[in-house]
Design a protein around this ligand. Structure first.
Ligand code: XMP
Length: 507
């Protein structure tokens, strides 16, 4: 196990992902939550930071507990702070030190630089520079502008680099991390999806014993993989609940329910469409729509959970980015199910003990774990779909008629993307029903009908997104199909806005 001590860099999670790509498990902890017991960690990595080590409010943890005791790799701010803490000097730099640079004068006799050539490209992003190395340090490499680009402490497994090995632009970054973790710290590369499944199933068996677990399935990747893991561990003691809120995609409820049953899951499909749609009647405000849906979901789920006698656990598909404590965060980790209506206290199911088998995984790892358990690629590659579903894609108030129209439009668009081989190139796609009517002609008649927008974006995590340059031929065919086949729609537009400043959803 590797500990990544986070000083607040935007790249910290990227370090973790690179380490895990080497099949080595790692955890991120904020610098001010250094675990009491470091004996379980075979190596520590110090991250970068937006701070200057010279700033008073910068992260200044006591490194003497780590340095010389555990193999240590200090990156960027980490490298500067290591120097600052142990007798070196860090000062503002007078040359630009941002972007690509080339390493030279590399000490290739050191195992850290095994298989690395002179002039290898690295990525720099810092404004301070290490003027004097800390006590006992020797330089291992420089760049044109940065004298102390890499150093180590003699007689220790302590290394420091001014550049970022985790970013793509550092060509040999992964090799450097491997050199440090495997050659120097002696870690084994055994953390694979199969090993994760085996260890997690054993752990879940031990933890849950003969108890019953309730889990809400959404059709999404996370809840599905969580369910399959739990099912492997405890079989029919896992009670899954799949709620139809009436705002899913066309046929999604029956098709996905079928798939779940096919996978052998003990799943109950609950069609609560009417309850949701009735509660939403006349409501146009996006946030109120979300609250209503969240509230009804909790009520429906609570009713169903009560039908499972003696349940002790609530399973959740929480993943690592939901629980990583970040340095800048003001509060604690986020809760997966937020209580929208806890005026009368928490609903009973929220008092159950929580089991979250994916809590330590990134999204791409969830997919790989799913694949190693033979989940269908179709389920694992599914686009994200928001919890409130089509409710936030019908601008304004929601009626059954509008839901039915949007389901048809969305199905034509999504099936088209699949048929044209475009679905997997897109991160998320969907259709939006606009509160706009416009004039058209159909045969000899003038029409005055609805307008839909199509949206397809590329993204990695939904935080930023670019609209996708879909082929005109595809858009043309899709638009014709929609207007010809969906009564009530006479106009189709394509959303060409990126996030930011636009969001992915329109509400
Ligand atoms: P935005 O619209 O904020 O969307 O750019 C980013 C991602 O979040 C999804 N999204 C939601 N998911 N409940 C959800 O479960 C919501 O209320 C919600 N709003 C947006 C959106 O689909 C996209 O993937």
């Amino acid at each position: 196990n590797v500990l990544i001590l986070d000083f607040g860099s935007q790249y910290t999670q990227l370090i973790a992902r690179r380490v895990r790509e080497l099949n080595i498990f790692c955890e991120i902890k904020p610098y001010n939550r250094l675990p009491e017991d470091l004996s379980e960690y075979k190596a520590v990595i110090l991250s970068g930071s937006p701070f200057s080590v010279r700033a008073e409010d910068a992260p200044h943890p006591d490194l003497s507990r780590i340095k010389g005791k555990v193999p240590l790799l200090a990156v960027c701010y980490g490298a500067q702070y290591l120097a600052h803490f142990f007798g070196g000097a860090v000062a503002p730099s007078n040359t630009r030190e941002y972007g690509r640079a080339r390493l030279s004068s590399i000490d290739t006799s050191d195992p850290f630089f095994k298989n690395i050539q002179e002039e290898t490209q690295v990525w720099m992003s810092h404004s301070d520079t290490i003027q004097e190395l800390p006590t006992g340090a020797v330089r291992l490499a420089r760049t044109h502008d940065v004298l102390n680009a890499a150093y180590k402490i003699e007689g220790e497994q302590t290394y420091a680099i001014q550049f970022h090995p985790e970013v793509y632009h550092t060509t040999d970054g992964k090799q450097l991390l491997e050199n440090f973790l495997v050659r120097i710290a002696g870690l084994e590369q055994t953390w694979t999806p199969d090993a994760f499944v085996e260890a997690t199933v054993a752990e879940l068996k031990e933890k849950i014993g003969k108890d019953k677990v309730i889990l809400g399935l959404s059709g999404g990747v996370d809840s599905t993989v969580a369910a399959v893991l739990l099912h492997k561990a405890i079989g029919k003691q896992l009670h899954c609940i799949f709620v139809n809120n009436g705002l899913l995609r066309k046929n999604e409820f029956t098709e996905v329910l079928d798939q779940y049953e096919h996978m052998g899951l003990n799943v109950k499909g609950v069609d609560a469409s009417a309850r949701f749609l009735n509660a939403l009647e006349g409501e146009s405000d996006p946030e109120k729509k979300r609250k209503i849906i969240g509230g009804v979901f909790i009520d429906v789920f609570d009713d169903e959970a009560h039908k499972v006698e003696d349940a002790k656990w609530l399973g959740q598909g929480t993943i690592y980015p939901d629980v990583i404590e970040s340095v800048s965060a003001t509060g604690g980790p986020s809760a997966t199910i937020k209580s929208h209506h806890n005026v009368g206290g928490l609903p009973d199911f929220m008092k159950l003990k929580v089991v979250e088998p994916l809590k330590m995984l990134f999204k791409d790892e969830v997919r790989r774990v799913g694949a190693s358990m033979d989940l269908e690629p179709e389920r694992l590659g599914r686009h994200p779909f928001p919890g409130p579903g089509l409710a936030i894609r019908i601008l304004g108030d929601i009626t059954r008629e509008k839901v039915a129209i949007l389901q048809e439009v969305d199905a034509i668009f999504i099936n088209g993307l699949k048929e044209w081989g475009l679905y997997d190139q897109v991160w998320q796609a969907g259709a939006i029903l606009l509160p706009v009517q416009s004039v058209g002609v159909m045969g000899d008649e003038r029409t005055y009908e609805k307008c839909v927008a199509l949206r397809a974006v590329e993204s990695t995590d939904g935080m930023t997104a670019d609209w996708v340059n879909l082929p005109y031929e595809f858009l043309q065919k899709t638009s014709n199909d929609i207007i010809n086949k969906v009564p009530g729609v006479n106009r189709v537009v394509y959303d060409i806005s990126s996030k930011p400043p636009a969001t992915i959803e329109w509400e």
